[in-house]
Design a protein around this ligand. Structure first.
Ligand code: E4P
Length: 218
């Protein structure tokens, strides 16, 4: 499963990219708004740091507006992916953009049937929102599993990008559920690497090493 960061913050992206395990970036209008920068320049800067897919979302609600924005966004960088919402107009735009060869990430997916519709429209990624389903007392990871299974049974190539991932257990659950990618905030990405026993182990190894070196020093 590929690991994506869900952020538009360049410092966060630069730090995690240095680990060599960052496969892509997702942004949304809320995350971009936090950065208080020109959208196009920001996305171009992100695409310079990360060579994998970088999702940038349209904000129009009508098909013509989504197409205008999507076609423009697609020219910003080789690795940019246009994000369209899972609405009737979003599906219509996805269908047209994907026929033009533009990769589309269909976002705000909350059911298997919505995922089927997105795939039929030609989506490159489908983004089921795990945390937001958990917020309303449903099981977001179970939805990811069902979509992955349905796509497998139906030989659908649309990639399952588990989104709204909020905790490390979400990450391992969606990996076991068959997601192709998971996108998570910086805080969750950092949590993945840390374990108290790793820290304690490092401390002990280094202390033993220093002690031994002091004993053999000429
Ligand atoms: C996905 O692409 C979205 O940007 C994101 O994962 C939403 O997460 P949230 O529900 O924590 O806001």
């Amino acid at each position: 499963m590929q690991l994506f960061l869900d952020t538009a913050n360049l410092d966060e992206i630069t730090e995690i990219a240095a680990w060599g395990v960052l496969d892509g970036i997702t942004t949304n209008p809320s995350l971009v708004s936090k950065e208080k920068r020109d959208f196009k320049k920001l996305v171009k800067d992100i695409c310079k740091i990360v060579s994998g897919p970088v999702s940038a979302e349209v904000v129009s609600e009508d098909v013509e507006g989504m197409l205008r924005e999507g076609r423009d966004i697609a020219t910003w960088a080789e690795n940019v992916v246009v994000k369209c919402p899972l609405t009737p107009n979003g599906l219509a735009a996805t269908s047209k953009l994907s026929k033009d060869g533009i990769k589309v990430n269909v976002t705000l997916c909350f059911s298997v049937n919505q995922a089927l519709l997105a795939a039929r429209a030609g989506a490159y990624f489908i983004s089921p929102f795990v945390g937001r389903l958990d917020d309303i007392n449903e099981d977001g990871c179970a939805l990811v599993e069902q979509i992955a299974e349905m796509y497998h049974i139906q030989s659908i190539e649309t990639r399952v990008l588990a989104a709204s991932v909020r905790t490390p257990p979400h990450v391992h659950r969606v990996a076991l559920a068959g997601a192709d990618c998971a996108t998570m905030p910086y805080k969750v990405f950092k949590q993945l690497v840390h374990h108290p026993l790793t820290d304690q182990g490092m401390e002990k190894f280094l202390a033993d090493w220093k002690q031994a070196q002091a004993a053999v020093a000429p």
